[in-house]
Write a protein that binds this ligand. Structure first.
Ligand code: GH3
Ligand code: MG
Ligand code: MG
Ligand code: MG
Length: 319
């Protein structure tokens, strides 16, 4: 076995702690049937932002879904689907309900404005608009959006591993549980626990343990290719993986590959009793939830499979 003086991983901790926020340009969707308005607004708001243009409500709705912009500027009076109908659709869809909408309208009575705000608009700009006012209002709304996203990240992402945290898991598992029950689809859940991690810390130090945790978490995250698959940090050196709409055989195959691939990372762990390298044990189960069952009971079952994987020798999957 290998000498045990130095861990073989080094993490660069000098990087920007908010890198996970990304620094892509903000996207603004402008929905207006008048070409002059679209041109004027996009020129006004262009610098350093991505502007998407829609010439009517239907196109606006489909572009909103496609791009999930940071802000929508919405005309009220349009032929076909009106601005009021557009915002109703946006607010009733999970995928778009969080996007702030600013109405831009020539209808300027207090009643019209109140009506727009009641439908969920964050602001109301009357036409003809004053360019500096439009700019200032857009800037304010985008700043609010950024702060909101940052707070959401801080609330739901684990700062060490940069994967989702336990709180996110609790929210997501509830959603997936009821969706799986509604659609009668199988939900697969796995718990992953690093083997002999206490002795890893004892051997290499707690800071190296932190590095190893982060590497293993990010590695597993990369192995999950489908957009709805989720990994979260469940506890200290334990992770939970949620695989919606996934049959038992597929889930077992995915988790078996993950188990093998963690060992193949070859992170030296000279005091492990199962390998020279860091390994994980995985317990999993698949269920199509019925009305009476609770997810808590099911997770207990998953935990028992993890316990079995440990008892049977670790570095393996039990399902
Ligand atoms: P087993 O194979 O049975 O899972 O053995 P184990 O040593 O991994 O299990 P145990 O639950 O006894 O120990 C888990 C260890 O994980 C103890 C704890 O110090 C360590 N740990 C938990 N969270 C962190 C963390 O954030 N950073 C570091 N470095 N260590 C952590
Ligand atoms: Mg119009
Ligand atoms: Mg543990
Ligand atoms: Mg462990």
């Amino acid at each position: 076995s290998q000498p045990c003086d130095e861990p073989d991983i080094k993490i660069d901790d000098t990087k920007d702690p908010f890198a996970f926020m990304g620094n892509e340009p903000e996207k603004i969707l402008i929905i207006d049937d008048a070409k002059d308005n679209r041109t004027m607004l996009s020129e006004l708001l262009m610098p350093q932002r991505k502007i998407i243009l829609a010439k009517d409500g239907a196109q606006g709705l489909s572009l909103a879904l496609k791009h999930i912009p940071d802000l929508i500027l919405l005309d009220v009076m349009m032929p076909g689907i009106s601005g009021h109908q557009v915002i109703r659709s946006l607010k009733s869809d999970d995928r778009t309900m969080h996007i702030p909408v600013i109405f831009i309208s020539a209808k300027i009575s207090a009643d019209d404005e109140k009506y727009g705000l009641d439908l969920g608009a964050v602001d109301y700009i009357s036409k003809p608009f004053h360019p500096a006012i439009v700019k200032a209002r857009v800037k304010n709304v985008l700043r609010e959006q950024r702060n909101k996203k940052l707070l959401e990240q801080l609330a739901l992402v684990d700062s060490l591993t940069e994967i989702y945290n336990r709180r996110f898991y609790e929210l997501d598992v509830r959603k997936l549980w009821s969706a799986s029950r509604r659609e009668e689809m199988p939900l697969s859940v796995a718990l992953i626990d690093i083997d002999f991690f206490k002795s890893y810390n004892d051997e290499y130090g707690h800071l190296s343990g932190d590095d190893a945790l982060k590497i293993v978490a990010q590695h597993i995250k990369q192995q999950l290719k489908r957009p709805h698959d989720v990994i979260a940090r469940y506890g200290g050196e334990e992770f939970v993986v949620l695989l919606p709409d996934t049959q038992r055989e597929d889930a077992q195959r995915i988790m078996t590959e993950i188990c093998l691939s963690v060992e193949q990372l070859q992170l030296a762990h000279c005091s492990s009793a199962v390998s020279h390298y860091v390994t994980v044990s995985i317990g999993g189960a698949t269920i199509t939830p019925k009305d009476q069952t609770s997810h808590e009971g099911f997770i207990k079952q998953v935990d028992q499979f993890l316990y079995q994987a440990k008892a049977q020798g670790r570095n393996r999957v039990c399902w």
